[in-house]
Design a binder for this molecule. Structure first.
Ligand code: CTP
Length: 432
């Protein structure tokens, strides 16, 4: 999956030790299908050579506004007009201060000043967004001047990419490090996704739950969490505020997503209940264990050497989705609930029945054994009108399509209509 296929970037480097990370960012952009034109300030050249950036980008680097290679002698116009975005990484405190004042005494700042903005583009021309990845010492970062400048740059239409925190090249520890190339790449990819869920708050469950038998053993379900994590990423990319309630999985948290780690079904229910009052969409993707041992042993259960096996009583776990779908918020249509169904056979039949049983307007079916642990999946969307197939594809691609589909449903179904759908579903459930 090449998320930046066909996109062209001007990658601007300014003077900062994080310039070495720009080399990896350049590679990452190209690996994702983009083309990259590097522009460097004089300061950047003190940290990394144009030769390195030329070799990585496959294009000769521009460093001067007096570069005569362009026939009209206007690299600041020509290079930016071809671009889908200008990304400044690293952006030094000095360079940001310069941008803020509209100064333009080197090629990169000149190009930023001359970029077509959303509020200035004329007939047929396209906007060239400006994405800024700051990098500096923690004192420079927290200085009121820097914070003021950043706020003003954002108000002037730049997209600020934020910074990391931790050990800095100067030996101090704090905020101000440039984000890692992989993080920048994720943010840049997100920048280009349609913002269909802008302003919405989305709550997602993902992964399995783990129900303790004793302090070292438990029962769980097969689930890597990949589908739920992909949905969380896609919802964030679409502009939503995302809370991801995750069972025990070893996956990295998608950028910008708030993660709540839980272990058992009851923990997961409690975490969901703490967030449903403020959520607009609830997507239950977790493979919740249906039963838990009636009583977890306090100490490890030992073998006694006789070959006898322990007997165990089970209790049914709470149904998180069904209980959220019954809340007033869901029933009144303020909280749009989406369930999943992991089946091993008869997907259409089971998914239709499960949608009614859970009382949700939309249920997404998938065949568990065909997708557990894998990076791709095939989905079946079931609603009151019928079924719709999403063909096998990478989970992130399906997650983006699902998020767009949910956004369309939210737009097409104002709260009162959702309430009617939910009521109809409840009535249908009562009949079955
Ligand atoms: N679910 C839940 N809480 C449970 C069980 C399931 O919230 N205790 C949610 C899942 O996250 C999913 C949907 O309900 O969105 C269906 O889960 P699934 O495991 O497919 O079905 P079950 O409800 O467990 O039913 P069955 O085991 O009979 O297929």
């Amino acid at each position: 999956m090449n998320d930046l296929q066909g996109k062209h970037f001007v990658l601007g480097l300014t003077g900062g030790i994080a310039a070495y990370k720009a080399a990896e960012l350049c590679r990452a952009l190209i690996k994702e299908g983009a083309t990259v034109q590097v522009v460097m300030t004089e300061g950047a050249e003190q940290f990394i050579t144009p030769v390195t950036m030329q070799a990585l980008s496959g294009r000769s680097v521009y460093t001067s506004q007096w570069d005569a290679r362009e026939p009209n002698n206007m690299p600041h116009i020509n290079l930016s007009r071809e671009a889908d975005a200008i990304v400044i990484a690293p952006a030094s405190a000095d360079f940001m201060a310069k941008l803020l004042h509209g100064r333009a005494d080197d090629l990169l700042s000149l190009m930023c000043l001359a970029r077509p903005r959303a509020d200035s583009v004329q007939g047929g021309a396209k906007e060239v967004p400006l994405l800024i990845a700051p990098a500096m010492n923690r004192e420079m970062w927290s200085h009121p001047a820097t914070q003021r400048n950043m706020a003003q740059l954002a108000a002037d239409g730049a997209h600020m990419l934020g910074v990391g925190s931790g050990f800095q090249a100067c030996g101090e520890t704090g905020d101000g490090r440039m984000l890692e190339p992989a993080q920048l790449l994720e943010d840049i990819i997100a920048f280009f996704q349609p913002k269909a869920l802008s302003g919405q708050r989305v709550l997602i469950t993902a992964g399995p739950t783990f129900e303790a038998i004793d302090p070292v053993r438990g029962i769980t379900n097969l689930s890597s969490g990949k589908m739920g994590f992909a949905i969380a990423r896609a919802a964030h990319e679409a502009g939503a505020q995302v809370t991801l309630v995750a069972g025990p999985v070893g996956l990295a948290t998608p950028r910008g997503v708030t993660r709540v780690d839980v272990r058992s079904a009851r923990d997961m229910l409690a975490a969901c209940e703490a967030h449903t009052a403020t959520a607009d969409v609830f997507i239950a993707c977790a493979a919740v264990a249906d039963w838990r041992p009636a009583a977890a042993a306090e100490q490890k259960i030992k073998k006694d050497g006789s070959g006898a096996t322990p007997t165990m009583a089970f209790i049914e776990n709470p149904d998180i989705l069904a209980s959220v779908a019954k809340t007033e918020r869901a029933r009144s249509g303020q909280l749009f609930c989406v369930g999943f169904a992991a089946e091993s056979e008869n997907l259409v039949e089971h998914a239709k029945a499960k949608r009614l049983r859970k009382g949700v307007p939309l249920l997404v079916g998938n065949l568990g054994p065909a997708t557990f642990g894998q990076d791709d999946n095939a989905l079946l969307l079931v609603d009151a009108h019928g079924v719709q197939q999403m063909e096998r594809a990478p989970k992130l691609q399906l997650a983006r399509a699902l998020v767009q589909d949910i956004a369309r449903r939210l737009q097409a179904t104002p709260a009162t209509a959702t309430a009617a759908t939910t009521a109809a579903t409840t009535a249908a459930t009562a009949r079955t």
